[in-house]
Design a protein around this ligand. Structure first.
Ligand SMILES: [Ca+2]
Length: 354
C-alpha cells in the first residue's frame, strides 16, 4: 500500500519503473519532508524522482538526492552531511543512493566516471564520459545578489539562487544553474524599475506640491501631488478652480481622464479605479445611468457625473456656477456644508495609499 501511494505521488505518467514500485527496493527508505542543505553538487530540473536517482548513479561522486516533488527539482549530493542534519522541508524527500538498485543507470551502472564527470549513454549503445560540473567561473549576475549557495559551487565561490537588488524586478526564475553541458545558464534578469513612484504616497516627505511622473503597470503617467494638505502624498484626482474645463461629459471621458493638471482636471479611472464603488454607489454619467433614481438619470438632472443615489448630497462635477444659485442642486454642490443653492468656487478631491 505504501508503495502504491508513493507511485501516485512521485511518478511521471510515462515513468514505467516508478509506476511499478515493487521493483524498486529503495522507495521504502525515503526520508519524507527532509532535505540535506550541504554538498549539493547540482540542481537539476523537470525530473521525476526515479530520473533524479538515475542521474545520481550516473554522476561521479553522487551519494544522495533531495527531491522536490512539487517543483520537480532534483538536488544531486556529493557527500552525506556528518550527523545527517536534515532540514525539515514539506514536500521534499531525501534519499541515499545506496538504497536503490544501480541497475537504474542501465549500461552506466558499472561504469566509473572520472571525477567531475558523468556517464552518458549513446544512442549507438556505447557510453562515454562528459562534463557534469561547470568548470568555467560563474557568470556575472548584474543587479542581483546571491542568496543561496550550493555544494561544489561554494568552492568556486559562486552562488546559485539570486535576488535582484533594490529598484530591480526579477524576470524569470531566480537561478543560475549549471546545465547538462557543463555551462552556466542564467534563468533570470533584473529589470530596472526606473525607480519612478507608483503614486504620490511614494514621493518623499518635504517635496513640494506639483506634477510628478508615476509608473503604473509599465506605463508612465503625470499626476498632481498635494504635499501640503493633511500630511503629504495625496494623489489629486479632481480639481475645480475657475470653470475653464467642462465637466458635463460622458463615461469614456471620465474613464480616461480630461482637463489640465495645471488647472482643472479629472484623473482617469485607470489611475484610481474609483468609478466602481463609492459608499456602495456606482458612478453615473450623462450616458451611463447607474443611479437608484427610477425616474431618470441623475447625471442629466444635475448636469454632472457622480456616485449618485436618488440623487445626491454632493455634486462636485456639476456645472461651474461660482456661488449662489437659484436652480436646484445642479452646481458644484456639497450639501452638508453650503446647501443645495450654493455652487462651490473651488474643489480638490484626493486619495492616498497607506
Ligand atoms: Ca436612473
Amino acid at each position: 500500500m505504501l508503495n502504491k501511494c508513493l507511485s501516485v505521488e512521485f511518478c511521471d505518467q510515462n515513468d514505467i519503473e516508478c509506476k511499478h514500485p515493487d521493483n524498486i527496493y529503495g522507495i521504502r527508505y525515503l526520508h519524507h519532508d527532509r532535505i540535506q542543505q550541504t554538498n549539493i553538487l547540482r540542481r537539476l530540473q523537470q525530473l521525476s524522482l526515479i530520473e533524479c536517482v538515475t542521474k545520481c548513479f550516473m554522476i561521479s561522486g553522487c551519494v544522495a538526492v533531495n527531491y522536490d516533488k512539487d517543483r520537480k527539482i532534483c538536488d544531486v549530493l556529493d557527500e552525506l552531511d556528518v550527523g545527517e542534519n536534515l532540514r525539515v522541508e514539506a514536500g521534499s524527500i531525501f534519499a541515499k543512493n545506496s538504497i536503490w538498485s544501480k541497475t537504474l543507470a542501465g549500461s552506466c551502472a558499472d561504469y566509473t566516471c572520472f571525477a567531475g564527470d558523468k556517464c552518458v549513454e549513446l544512442e549507438t549503445g556505447g557510453i562515454r564520459s562528459a562534463y557534469v560540473y561547470c568548470k568555467d567561473p560563474v557568470q556575472e549576475a548584474y543587479n542581483a545578489t546571491c542568496i543561496e549557495t550550493f555544494g561544489l559551487y561554494k568552492n568556486l565561490k559562486a552562488g546559485n539562487q539570486f535576488k535582484c537588488k533594490a529598484g530591480f524586478l526579477m524576470i524569470g526564475r531566480p537561478f543560475l544553474i549549471c546545465n547538462e553541458n557543463g555551462e552556466w545558464n542564467k534563468m533570470f534578469y533584473c529589470r530596472d524599475m526606473d525607480i519612478l513612484p507608483r503614486d504620490c504616497s511614494d514621493i518623499p516627505y518635504g517635496s513640494g506640491s506639483g506634477i510628478y511622473t508615476i509608473s503604473l503597470e509599465d506605463q508612465h503617467f503625470d499626476v498632481y501631488c498635494d504635499m501640503d494638505t493633511a500630511g503629504f502624498g495625496w494623489t489629486v484626482f479632481q480639481t475645480r478652480i475657475d470653470g475653464t474645463i467642462n465637466f458635463y461629459r460622458g463615461w469614456s471621458d471620465y474613464e480616461v481622464g480630461f482637463g489640465n493638471l495645471k488647472s482643472e482636471f479629472w484623473l482617469g479611472d485607470s489611475l484610481m479605479s474609483s468609478h466602481q464603488n463609492h459608499n456602495g454607489m456606482m458612478f453615473s454619467t450623462t450616458d451611463k445611468d447607474n443611479d437608484r433614481d427610477t425616474s431618470g438619470n441623475c447625471a442629466n438632472k444635475f448636469k454632472g457625473a457622480w456616485w449618485y443615489n436618488v440623487c445626491h448630497k454632493a455634486n462636485l462635477n456639476g456645472a461651474y456656477l461660482g456661488g449662489r444659485i437659484s436652480s436646484f442642486a445642479n452646481g458644484i454642490i456639497w450639501y452638508t456644508w453650503k446647501g443645495y443653492y450654493y455652487s462651490l468656487k473651488s474643489t480638490k478631491m484626493m486619495i492616498k495609499r497607506y
